[in-house]
Write a protein that binds this ligand. Structure first.
Ligand code: FRU
Length: 491
């Protein structure tokens, strides 16, 4: 049963959010017996980060979620940090008397005895009733390493060729791989990354999986996602990078030079995201969800009684581009279920100083706009617009830069880093820039040029700021097509 007061200010209407209190990372995402499970870092007694539990929800379609009781609570080994869940199909653990069941592999976090140094160790819990109740494994913890303090967020997957379970784990400034036959005893395999990618923060929440490269026959690559924590030296706060390469069941080799940094999202609010395990072969998708916040200000966002939401669930794929193989994101097709009335406009020319207001109602929208570049050097769409407020989604044609400006988006003062402008390099395709934009009560997600660049941002506008305006700052641009779809609340 849903206990959410759907009228709460800023409460997302089609993104997952906890019924009440604090949420951070998505955890243990797994598909089993017709249900998508979503567990999450949860403090059930407060709206800021605190002793971590695993909250739990299930869905049949990734859109509508049923909230379930807390799955894992702190115990004598500590709090329950992030981790994953797999289906133990062949009872490799012996927990299921020959049947299959769910095994959670998570970080137990406490302190070393008589010390304030934090201790992070990997543990197991299992469920024989589709995740409704959980038993902690009596032999916990199953993987420890005293020499490394930040040692957490195990993501476990089955490696077909090696016929083994593999774990990728964040270990300070790198990830480590371990292998196992039974999820209980783990053997070190290799480490990766101390010199590679971004180190603008501690490494957290890794994930690794193989994907075909679109348009290249018989070609696939391994993608490794690594989130990097907030560091006071960087205004961006916490964010997520990825690597493309090969993984042979022992070690990961990066296709790109060490100093190449690939960002999964160019907004500020997509963190600690990982992918679902055990999606059936006949579906075959690699499905991702991230925490739609940032450690820079996550504890300070202006919501009451609950805090944080997840991104839209997204399908990941790979594409060969002129820069190399890159990760592409698309909102899951199930979004179709909440699509309502669609209005489309014929193409027209936008002129400077003649902003065009689009007559739509509501704040739950999908906007699909295709611009054909002409002489304008900057153009775009202002959303959640009022006399004094706006969130600008713009494109700078000179620098080929897509950006979001939320400096004047609504409530921004809760943290000095929140009001900001940021974006990413984006080249036009056939002289066009295509934007698919999802607006909810307190967020905006932009999938540009079919998901090649993604920007996810929180915004806290007045519920009455509902305007949409098209602009060009100088010279003309052609709006080749515009469609706006009303999205339904999931409540
Ligand atoms: C990432 C993270 C994880 C950790 C969890 C604690 O946001 O810091 O590394 O397991 O949150 O809540």
């Amino acid at each position: 049963m849903n206990k959410i007061d759907v009228k709460e200010k800023f409460r997302p209407q089609y993104h997952f959010s906890p019924e009440s209190n604090w949420m951070n990372d998505p955890n243990g995402m797994v598909y089993y017996a017709g249900e998508y499970h979503l567990f999450y870092q949860h403090h059930p007694y407060g709206t800021t980060w605190g002793p971590m539990h695993w909250g739990h929800a299930v869905s049949k379609d990734l859109i509508q979620w049923d909230h379930l009781p807390i799955a894992l609570e702190p115990d004598g080994h500590g709090d329950i940090f992030s981790g994953s869940v797999v289906v133990d199909w062949n009872d490799s653990t012996g927990f299921f008397q020959g049947a299959s069941g769910l095994v959670a592999i998570f970080t137990h976090a406490d302190q070393y005895p008589d010390s304030d140094r934090s201790r992070q160790r990997q543990s197991l819990a299992y469920s024989k009733d589709h995740g409704r109740t959980w038993t902690k494994y009596e032999g916990n913890p199953v993987l420890t390493e005293e020499s490394i303090t930040d040692f957490r967020d195990p993501k476990v997957f089955w490696h077909e060729d090696k016929n083994k379970w593999m774990m990728v784990l964040a270990a300070g400034n790198h990830v480590r791989f371990y292998s196992s036959d039974n999820l209980i005893s783990w053997e070190f395999a290799s480490e990766f990354g101390a010199q590679a990618g971004s180190h603008a923060g501690v490494w957290e929440c890794p994930d690794i999986f193989k994907l075909p490269v679109a348009g290249k026959k018989d070609s696939s690559k391994w993608v490794m996602i690594v989130s990097i924590g907030n560091d006071t030296a960087f205004a961006e706060g916490s964010r997520t990078q990825y690597f493309i390469g090969e993984f042979d069941g022992i070690s990961f080799t990066n296709d790109n030079p060490d100093d190449t940094v690939l960002w999964l999202d160019h907004g500020r609010d997509n963190y600690a995201g990982v992918t679902w395990s055990d999606i059936p072969h006949e579906d075959g998708r690699r499905l991702f969800i991230g925490w739609m916040s940032n450690w820079k200000y996550a504890n300070e966002t202006p919501t009451v009684g609950w805090r944080s939401a997840m991104t839209l669930p997204r399908e990941l794929s790979l594409k060969e581009t002129s820069d190399g193989v890159r990760l592409i994101q698309a909102p899951v097709v199930e979004i179709e279920k909440i699509r309502g009335e669609k209005r489309s406009w014929d193409q027209f020319i936008l002129e400077p100083e003649k902003n065009v207001s689009v007559d739509v109602s509501g704040n739950l929208l999908e906007i699909i706009a295709e611009f054909e570049l002409q002489s304008a050097t900057e153009f775009g769409i202002k959303i959640r617009n009022s006399d004094s407020k706006e969130t600008i989604i713009g494109y700078d044609t000179i620098n080929e830069f897509l950006f979001v400006n939320r400096i004047n988006s609504g409530i921004t003062e809760f943290n000095e880093y929140f009001p900001c402008m940021h974006g990413a390099q984006l080249k036009s395709e056939n002289n066009r820039i295509k934007l698919q934009i999802f607006v909810d009560s307190s967020s905006v997600e932009i999938f540009a040029n079919n998901g090649q660049v993604v920007i996810t941002d929180l915004i806290f506008p007045d519920p009455k700021s509902t305007g949409i305006e098209l602009y060009t700052t100088n010279k003309k641009v052609k709006l080749a097509s515009l469609a706006i779809v009303q999205l339904a609340s999931i409540f």
